[in-house]
Design a protein around this ligand. Structure first.
Ligand code: ITT
Length: 205
């Protein structure tokens, strides 16, 4: 059993590979020619399933016997912004790069008169293979601030302080983030199923 990651986000690939150390994992572009997947869903779960299904459907019949597709749809929900940007986190600003997205979030909080807010990250992980379809969620609570601190991580990490910490996620090490993150929590659930399939050396029960 092999896992193919239905994501073009290199940071996600690194984090997932380091959390699922004991599995044979391939990035999307190592197996298939990359193609655009339109994320038309209304929730993290729907978008995660859309991405995983699209990649699974693009595999050959032989590849389908070997691979399970794993996708991640994630984002940050900020309380004072009515839980936005949520599923639109990757393209919150017009430019859509991480720096512009962080600036936009800080600006939107300022417009409402806030320097910080409670917030949480959500990750929906979907698994699609011959065994069927499954999805699971993980969350990480904390707050966002209006100054950027630290160089690690990606996305909104430089302005997000996890509950119980004084530093932003971008000031914590990769290992520290990967022990508490929304992605880690969802993958912990995914691992339960993946371990069973790996033990059987199969992609179906
Ligand atoms: P794929 O769809 O190809 O997986 P993407 O980056 O477009 O890549 P999403 O649609 O799931 O993925 O958007 C996720 C965005 O949410 C991401 O670009 C960040 O802005 C934010 N995000 C999610 N998890 C994060 C994390 O652990 N740290 C920081 N920002 C995160």
């Amino acid at each position: 059993m092999k896992i193919i990651l239905a994501t073009s986000n290199k940071h996600k690939v690194e984090e997932i590979k380091s959390i699922l150390k004991d599995f044979e994992i391939y990035a999307f572009d190592e197996v298939l020619r990359p193609f655009e997947i339109e994320e038309k869903g209304n929730s993290f779960k729907e978008n995660a399933l859309i991405k995983a299904r699209a990649v699974f459907n693009a595999l050959s019949q032989d590849q389908k016997k070997d691979f399970i597709v794993l996708s991640d749809d994630s984002g940050i929900c900020v309380d004072v912004l009515g839980l936005k940007p949520g599923i639109y986190s990757a393209r919150f600003s017009i430019k859509g790069d991480d720096q512009s997205n962080r600036n936009k979030l800080i600006e939107e909080m300022a417009k409402k008169g806030y320097k910080q807010s409670k917030a949480h990250y959500v990750a929906a992980i979907a698994l699609v293979g011959l065994m069927g379809e499954l999805s699971m969620h993980g969350t990480m609570h904390g707050h966002v601030i209006n100054t950027q601190r630290g160089q690690n991580g990606f996305g909104y990490d430089a302005i997000f302080i996890p509950k119980g910490f004084n530093e932003t996620l971008a000031q914590l090490s990769t290992e520290q983030k990967n022990n508490i993150s929304h992605r880690f929590k969802a993958l912990k659930l995914a691992k339960i199923l993946l371990k069973v399939l790996k033990k059987q050396n199969n992609t179906r029960f």
